[in-house]
Design a binder for this molecule. Structure first.
Ligand code: NAI
Ligand code: MG
Length: 501
């Protein structure tokens, strides 16, 4: 393996050393049936971090069979809600115990700044898992007042069964937890497929889930590629539910695969092109700061990134220039460096995609106020670093304003009034998030109702909380994660009729 910086946690070094990482199937760590492996790369350097088993159809079949067995037989279905609750809490404790290891693995594999990995990815995951640890004892049915004499009706809320969970690379640990925790709380079993770019933290998580006492086969982890392992899960006849986070194109493929196979239940959390709207009557310091953080956080690789900043005409120049100046102050560097604000993008594919959009924006006539290029000199040229970029004089009908770029690239677009910005803001195929910056509460709440987005933030941006539903309108997805909504995704309602006559 490659030489590592000396400040790595010993547990990280030992996790990365040794042979290829294996698949977790039926409580055992196993090689892929084909014996194949693939490399996962450190995007800050381009160096190989580890080799990982390349699961495909055969491994998916085995993992689904293990999950099916664990769901139908074995100790899992007989476990009480209180026992499940304690087990999920224990998983959170173990993540906390290994928090430094997780944070460094996340930074090495994804590139993100360690400060964010520690606080948000790992800290947020622990809070999230603890929230769902509370749910098993609170999942209940109802009694139903049917209008028939001597008939008693009630509902049971039961686990949906074997779940396939396909996740992306932008928040690898957090995305795994978003899928696993509510499914465990509901009493499901599952096969998790991490993104091929960032498989490491999910494998460590799998290890801790076993350590927490979760029975064999309840959680299986199959690393591999989307077109093989992912597609096999989506088409599998014995998967009852599939949850996916990623691109719209793949979301559509998953829906088709479900339709062509067994009509498995689906939930999709897809991309976005979220409007972050600054009115001239906003607290301007907070608004400008929020507009910048809303796009540059996690290098813009965020489904709710505020990638279209709409600014009321008379403060347009001020906000655009502030954002450009802010972006120039952000420190670009290795994610392992505590002072880094902007790490690399996750992969070669992503830097090519994003730099393509930088070129396109210029061709479309937008004006580059800052950034606009890959970091091509010095140490950082080895990695996938791109300068945070502000496009001024952008129009909502430009492709840079309509298509998800998933990089630190923002289109700043002027607007006249409320009607104009609602029309422009909604004029996009996505509907994930939206931000509104104003001191006028009537305007704020009217806008919140009018914007077609699953989440609206008023005088704040990009907050998530395990108790608050999260998901998209339009092509940003189907279903809501978080809160009780996620419990609904992983349960079926059964109506029971009893003749008392
Ligand atoms: P992707 O949608 O291809 O990958 C996400 C996950 O889906 C990965 O685990 C991948 O292995 C899996 N996958 C890919 N093809 C599949 C298939 N045919 N069947 C089943 N699973 C499959 O996203 P990708 O290629 O990594 O990124 C492309 C763009 O997608 C990004 O530029 C961004 O715009 C968007 N994206 C959105 C995310 C979000 O949070 N909503 C996260 C990641 C990407
Ligand atoms: Mg893809």
């Amino acid at each position: 393996m490659v030489a590592m910086a000396s400040n790595l946690h010993p547990e990280v070094s030992s996790f990365l050393s040794g042979g290829p990482k294996k698949l977790l199937i039926g409580g055992q760590w196993v090689d892929a049936a084909s014996g194949k492996t693939f490399e996962t790369v450190n995007p800050a350097t381009g160096d190989v971090l580890a080799r990982v088993a390349e699961g495909d159809q055969e491994d998916v079949n085995r993992a689904v069979a293990a999950a099916r067995k664990a769901f139908d037989e074995g100790p899992w279905p007989g476990m009480t809600p209180a026992e499940r609750s304690r087990m999920i809490w224990k998983i959170a404790d173990l993540i906390e115990e290994h928090a430094d290891t997780f944070a460094q693995l996340e930074t090495l594999d994804n590139g993100k700044p360690i400060t964010a990995a520690r606080r948000d990815d790992v800290g947020g995951t622990i809070d999230y898992v603890r929230y769902y640890a509370g749910w098993p004892t609170k999942i209940q049915g109802h009694t139903v007042p049917v209008s028939m004499p001597d008939v008693f009706g009630y509902t049971l809320r039961q686990p949906v069964g074997v779940c396939a969970q396909i996740i992306p690379w932008n928040y690898p640990l957090m995305m795994a937890a978003w899928k696993l925790a509510p499914a465990l709380a509901a009493g499901c079993t599952m096969v998790l497929k991490p993104a091929e770019q960032t498989p490491l933290s999910a494998l460590l998580l799998g290890q801790l889930i076993l350590e927490a006492g979760v029975p064999a086969g309840v959680v299986n982890v199959v690393t591999g590629f989307g077109e093989t392992a992912g597609a096999a899960l989506a088409a599998h006849m014995d998967v009852d539910k599939i949850a996916f986070t990623g691109s719209v194109d793949v979301g559509k493929l998953i829906m088709q695969a479900a339709g062509k196979s067994n009509l498995k239940k689906i939930s999709l959390e897809l991309g976005g092109k979220s409007p972050n709207i600054v009115f001239a009557d906003a607290d301007m310091d907070a608004a400008r700061e929020g507009a910048a953080a809303g796009i540059f956080y996690n290098m813009g690789q965020d489904c709710t990134a505020g990638s279209r900043v709409f600014v009321e005409q008379r403060v347009y120049d001020d906000v655009a220039e502030y954002m450009a100046a802010h972006s120039k102050r952000l420190k670009i560097g290795s994610g392992l460096d505590e002072s880094t604000d902007i790490g690399p993008l996750v992969s070669k594919e992503q830097i090519e995609r994003v730099t393509g959009y930088l070129q396109l924006g210029r061709q479309e006539g937008a004006r580059v106020l800052s950034g606009g290029e890959r970091v091509a000199e010095g140490e950082l040229a080895r990695g996938f670093f791109v300068r945070p970029t502000v496009f001024a004089d952008a129009r909502n009908d430009m492709r840079i304003a309509q298509e998800e770029i998933f990089g630190p690239v923002v289109s700043v677009i002027p607007f006249r009034d409320v009607d104009d910005v609602v029309r422009q803001g909604n004029n996009v195929v996505y509907g994930l998030g939206a931000g509104i910056w104003t001191k006028d509460i009537q305007k704020a709440h009217k806008m919140a109702a009018a914007l077609k987005a699953g989440t609206v933030w008023i005088n704040m941006y990009n907050a998530v909380d395990p108790a608050m539903p999260f998901g998209g309108f339009k092509q940003s997805g189907i279903g809501r994660e978080m809160g009780f909504e996620a419990i609904e995704l992983y349960t079926e309602v059964k109506s029971v009729w009893v003749n008392l006559g």
